[in-house]
Design a protein around this ligand. Structure first.
Ligand SMILES: C[S@@+](CC[C@H](N)C(=O)[O-])C[C@H]1O[C@@H](n2cnc3c(N)ncnc32)[C@H](O)[C@@H]1O
Length: 295
């Protein structure tokens, strides 16, 4: 296991992708390479994408150590999975036996305060793709109170959206909010929560992260691309971490089934065992869904 990111639901992913030696697979979210390299070790050939420079560098070093060759057992491309269809075809990964999407942020991104995803003090950044021009601080300091409220309601499902937006706009009259620590503290001070299981600013951070990285639109747009790459009986496996994403995956899979593209294998999402959650808390909110392409 690496400490960059512990892959969630690893055995389940390998099981549902039904890895066969020599067959082709696409991992849309390389991260720390946990899933991708397990597929390689099981004999599959992998095309792996990630937008994050740090993830790409980390896995390149890892495969060098393991004497896995880029361009042979694994082909690594730094790009957004919104381009997966085009990239897979260019790289000869068409049709494929399986596509994996393990969406969201990695433990590395969350834990590295300079990336701005965590409540620990760091710049309000939150870009997974470091070349994007808009950062979380641009939204926090640039949107109107109404726009912030809308953002927190829609993408954070935050009950206190209006109140929090108001407090942010008040603070901005004094100075720009530039750090995650200040924003987290501000949210914490401005609302009373009875739920102590998650940090009071979790939903606000979620909303900003989704907006900065345009996560929901990209997911919606990429699922049909992933299905189009599959060969008959090939499988798309998606792991999501919050209800907004899971709803998109569930509806898209139902729609694919209606359109006669194949069938949903998981009527209910697969979740991590208690044992896995005990060793990796991040797995507690993971939901895995599988779609199989028709014959
Ligand atoms: C949860 S981690 C994946 C972890 C990986 N499965 C592992 O086992 O180490 C998600 C990764 O996907 C990347 N990512 C998220 N959205 C992306 C997108 N639209 N295109 C490409 N990469 C994306 C993130 O940068 C992050 O490194």
């Amino acid at each position: 296991m690496n400490n960059y990111h512990i892959p969630v639901l690893l055995q389940e992913v390998l099981h549902y992708l039904n890895i066969k030696p020599g067959e082709l697979y696409v991992d849309c979210t390389l991260g720390g390479g946990g899933h991708a390299l397990s597929i390689v070790r099981s004999g599959g050939k992998v095309l792996a994408l990630d937008v994050d420079t740090d993830a790409i560098l980390y896995v390149r070093k890892l495969i060098e150590k393991e004497k896995i060759h880029d361009g042979e057992e694994i082909t690594i491309v730094q790009d957004n999975f919104s381009n997966v269809k085009k990239i897979a075809k260019e790289k000869g990964f068409f049709p494929v036996s399986g596509v994996l999407m393990d969406i969201g942020v990695s433990s590395y991104q969350l834990g590295e305060s300079k990336r701005g995803f965590s409540f620990v003090d760091g710049p309000l950044d939150m870009r997974m793709d470091q070349s994007l021009s808009v950062q979380a601080k641009d939204l926090v300091n640039g949107l109107t109170e109404k726009e912030l409220t809308f953002l927190f309601e829609k993408l954070g499902e935050e009950r206190f959206a209006k109140k929090i937006a108001k407090v942010i706009v008040e603070r901005r009259k004094d100075h720009q909010i530039e750090s995650t620590g200040e924003l987290a503290e501000l949210v914490k001070e401005s609302v009373f929560r009875s739920d102590h299981d998650i940090h009071p600013a979790t939903r606000i951070f979620q909303a900003l992260r989704i907006a900065v990285n345009d996560e929901l639109h990209i997911l919606e747009d990429s699922l049909p691309q992933a299905v189009s790459l599959l060969k008959p009986h090939g499988r798309l496996v998606v792991i999501s971490f919050h209800s907004l994403e899971d709803r998109i995956v569930k509806r898209a899979f139902e729609q694919f089934e209606k359109e006669g593209k194949g069938k949903v294998i998981t009527k209910k999402p697969i979740q991590a065992s208690e044992k896995e959650v005990l060793s990796n808390r991040r797995a507690r909110s993971a939901k895995l869904r599988v779609f199989e392409k028709k014959e």
